[in-house]
Write a protein that binds this ligand. Structure first.
Ligand SMILES: *[C@@H]1O[C@H](CO)[C@@H](O)[C@H](O)[C@H]1NC(C)=O
Ligand SMILES: *[C@@H]1O[C@H](CO)[C@@H](O)[C@H](O)[C@H]1NC(C)=O
Ligand SMILES: *[C@@H]1O[C@H](CO)[C@@H](O)[C@H](O)[C@H]1NC(C)=O
Ligand SMILES: *[C@@H]1O[C@H](CO)[C@@H](O)[C@H](O)[C@H]1NC(C)=O
Ligand SMILES: *[C@@H]1O[C@H](CO)[C@@H](O)[C@H](O)[C@H]1NC(C)=O
Ligand SMILES: *[C@@H]1O[C@H](CO)[C@@H](O)[C@H](O)[C@H]1NC(C)=O
Ligand SMILES: *[C@@H]1O[C@H](CO)[C@@H](O)[C@H](O)[C@H]1NC(C)=O
Ligand SMILES: *[C@@H]1O[C@H](CO)[C@@H](O)[C@H](O)[C@H]1NC(C)=O
Length: 293
């Protein structure tokens, strides 16, 4: 209806953009809707889209139906009659700014061109992960709880996109908020979110490192006959200190001087076997380690 009415009203050239401000998430695709009209007697020869980055009205154009050099990210999804809609795939920050549609046509054996004046403005927003923690500083301890919220600046009030959550690039959950309750060191990792509809919209990484004040080094062996004695050693400069006789070496509370290199020895009546060295790094962050000899 609108289209018909417009074409009657504007028997002259005209370009219309129903949306003047468009916001898109980096990595997603976006459509700039557009309608155009040219004199009844005219025949459209070419369609072009300009961006303010290059000279918006005179080109070079980011899309030109007469040229084959446009990036494949730019797709003309309109036609040669009234629809000049334009799709941008894998939106980048550089795509921000003003756009304008231009067309050339032949009318009564004369070539002419027309560019719509004020084009729509595209804003590009990257997804962000916001972390909220009820108390304390940003040091994570076992038992702490945090919420990770995926923020899409393009979402208006009350509107929320559908999100997916990833931990170390593996999908873990969906929804706007990832609740990490009663965390343990296994919750440590790199968290990101993305739009459900476009997996290329991945946010920046939010690293979570849960400190654990309780680690266990486990010496295991498949020896046959089974192991009779386990011994744990710690390297201390050039010396080797015997520090335990169980298969498992527990650290209830890690102290700075616990940092260093460890190995274990497993023995049965046929002999002994030594594990490789494992390094315990004291950075306020620990992981549980499994040692196999
Ligand atoms: C573009 O078109 C020209 C002439 O039609 C041709 O020589 C050239 O190989 C084309 N380039 C690409 C990338 O298709
Ligand atoms: C133009 O074409 C696009 C893609 O097919 C479509 O989504 C849009 O609704 C059309 N616009 C008009 C005004 O017909
Ligand atoms: C965080 O708070 C704890 C005590 O609540 C303190 O020991 C630690 O040094 C603080 N860490 C930082 C990075 O401020
Ligand atoms: C996480 O969100 C829930 C629900 O909104 C809220 O009850 C809880 O207090 C939040 N936790 C943190 C750590 O912000
Ligand atoms: C928190 O997790 C630990 C072990 O993962 C468990 O023993 C404890 O009961 C949990 N606490 C709550 C409040 O769920
Ligand atoms: C998390 O990201 C950091 C920095 O990119 C990387 O060094 C680390 O290996 C990552 N951790 C995991 C578990 O993927
Ligand atoms: C993203 O989607 C494409 C196509 O649907 C798929 O081939 C690709 O494996 C997906 N990538 C991830 C990281 O999920
Ligand atoms: C530490 O280890 C002891 C013994 O294995 C266990 O009872 C305790 O719950 C552990 N604490 C944490 C925070 O994991």
């Amino acid at each position: 209806m609108l289209l018909l009415l417009s074409s009657v009203l504007f028997s002259k050239e005209q370009v219309e953009y129903p949306q003047q401000h468009i916001c898109a998430v980096k990595g997603s695709s976006v459509v700039i809707h557009c309608s155009f009209f040219c004199p009844e007697t005219a025949k459209v020869q070419s369609v072009k889209w300009g961006h303010e980055r290059s000279s918006i009205y005179t080109g070079p154009f980011i899309f030109d139906s007469e040229s084959n050099t446009s990036s494949s990210r730019f797709q003309y999804i309109g036609d040669n009659i009234h629809n000049c809609s334009f799709k941008i795939h894998q939106v980048e920050h550089d795509d921000e700014g003003k756009y304008a549609f231009r067309f050339t046509y032949r009318n009564k054996n004369k070539m002419d061109a027309f560019t719509g004046n004020v084009g729509p403005v595209l804003t590009v927003a990257a997804l962000k992960v916001r972390l909220t923690k009820l108390n304390g500083n940003n040091t994570m301890k076992e038992g702490d709880s945090v919420n990770l919220t995926c923020i899409n600046r393009c979402d208006g009030d009350g509107l929320s996109s559908a999100f997916l959550w990833f931990k170390n690039e593996e999908p873990v959950n969906d929804g706007p908020v990832l609740y990490l309750n009663n965390m343990s060191h296994t919750d440590s990792g790199n968290y990101t979110c993305s739009l459900k509809t476009h997996n290329g919209t991945t946010s920046g990484v939010r690293n979570i490192d849960v400190e654990c004040d309780n680690i266990t080094l486990i010496c295991t062996s498949k020896a046959n006959p089974p192991v009779e004695t386990y011994t744990w050693f710690k390297m201390n400069g050039h010396n080797i200190i015997n520090i335990g006789k169980e298969a498992e070496l527990h650290f209830r509370k890690i102290l700075h001087h616990d940092g260093g290199q460890y190995f274990c020895m497993a023995s049965n009546k046929h002999g002994s076997q030594k594990s490789s060295l494992v390094t315990l790094k004291i950075k306020g962050k620990f992981i549980k380690m499994l040692l196999v000899v």
